[in-house]
Design a protein around this ligand. Structure first.
Ligand SMILES: CC(=O)N[C@@H](CCC[C@H](N)C(=O)O)C(=O)O
Length: 371
């Protein structure tokens, strides 16, 4: 596939971002792009809104897998690009359009010049939530492939094009979504003493729980509690009866996630008593940490070096990735791909440099051939 075909694919995918498990257009687009390759050694199996695509090896002794995520985010794009999202309030703001394009470019290379072993390309829905990796991994169809090793990439806005980065051990954090519903008693703005004001309660709660991180987590360990959304109230002169907080918890250790949740629940009990209200908590989707295999990372660093791509040792990050579930069961690794964007992941102006697509295809194809 020529570079301009890959650019075209990236731009077309960029225009049709869809949320987790709603990736119908994306799935149809991917199937069409793969069928257009016209290769007899490719077998496509649909799974929900995702795909398993097997490239049969010439003399297979094992099956290696490469995984890309395919969903977009509920963000209104603000890049002003001519190929900006055509879906209102939806954007590929986490680079999954890049990830898919690189997977297609690699699939094209590997199927044109197959290696001895089988290669399974996994197009996984719902990485941003509620999580497609865990059910995909458990599916009967995936189990039949008997995958021996697996890897994946994620774009890195803060790294220059031509650079990749990874590390042995922990790369991405443990995550848990966090949804909390506060119920008190509404009423007239002039009579606060007759109400249980959930705006006051929920906003105090938001600031209070930051002390869980500073006072209950070992300073040499680490954690994050972010509340990204707060909804409450109706108009300016009515006291809010209900409030809803939506957020995420991140930890470097799985055990610290348990501690933070215990402390949150302790705070909830205290707030229910102190503010005479009810607080219901739901932890939504939880992702297991991404922990990389040392031997894979070493091989990758040597492989990309021989391709003229710069390898940098990464730090662990508090980003989450349900790819961690694959790595819990199968040896492999994940790496960052430099895309040099002034705006970061999950930003409405994220604009990765498209030159990175070629670098990604080169790195993934070379690694697949080296395994
Ligand atoms: C790479 C990346 O940005 N991943 C997401 C994963 C989201 C997990 C879940 N929805 C949560 O918010 O906990 C991230 O936000 O790190």
């Amino acid at each position: 596939m020529e570079q301009n075909q890959l650019l075209n694919i990236r731009r077309e995918l960029h225009q049709i971002p869809e949320l987790g498990f709603q990736e119908f257009k994306t799935q149809a687009y991917l199937i069409d792009a793969i069928e257009q390759m016209g290769r007899e050694n490719i077998a496509i199996t649909k799974w929900e809104t995702g795909l398993f695509v097997l490239v049969k090896g010439t003399n297979p002794k094992k099956t290696m897998a490469y995984r890309t995520d395919i969903d977009g985010l509920p963000i209104a794009e603000n890049t002003g690009l001519p190929f900006a999202s055509a879906h209102a309030d939806r954007m590929h703001a986490c680079g999954h359009d890049f990830h898919m394009t690189i997977a297609l470019g690699t699939l094209d290379q590997i199927s044109a010049n197959p290696i001895e072993d089988n290669v399974l390309f996994i197009f996984q829905p719902a990485e941003e939530g509620p999580g497609g990796a865990a059910p995909m991994l458990k599916s009967e169809v995936f189990q039949q492939f008997e995958v021996d090793g697996i890897f994946a990439l994620h774009i890195a806005p803060d790294l220059p094009v031509g650079t990749v980065s990874s590390r042995a051990g922990l790369l991405f954090a443990n995550t848990s979504e966090l949804f909390m519903d506060f119920t008190g008693k509404g009423g007239h703005a002039a009579y606060p003493h007759l109400t249980k004001d959930m705006i006051v309660t929920a906003s105090t709660f938001v600031t209070q729980i930051q002390q869980i991180i500073s006072r209950k987590v070992d300073p040499l360990d680490s954690g994050v509690i972010t509340i990204g959304k707060m909804t409450a109230g109706t108009v300016q002169n009515i006291i809010a009866e209900t409030a809803r907080l939506e957020g995420t918890i991140r930890t470097l250790q799985p055990e610290t996630m348990i501690t933070i949740k215990q402390e949150l629940e302790r705070a909830i009990k205290g707030f229910e008593l102190a503010y005479d209200c009810q607080i219901d908590v739901d932890y939504g989707a939880n992702y297991y940490q991404v922990s990389n295999d040392q031997a894979y990372v070493d091989l990758f660093s040597r492989t990309v070096d021989a391709e003229g791509i710069q390898f940098k040792e990464a730090n662990a990050a508090m980003t989450g990735e349900d790819f961690g579930y694959f790595l819990k069961e199968i040896p492999g690794f994940m790496f960052w791909l430099g895309v040099d964007s002034p705006y970061g992941l999950h930003h409405s102006q994220l604009n990765p440099n498209e030159d990175a697509i070629e670098v990604g295809v080169k790195a993934v194809t070379a690694m697949m051939r080296a395994l």
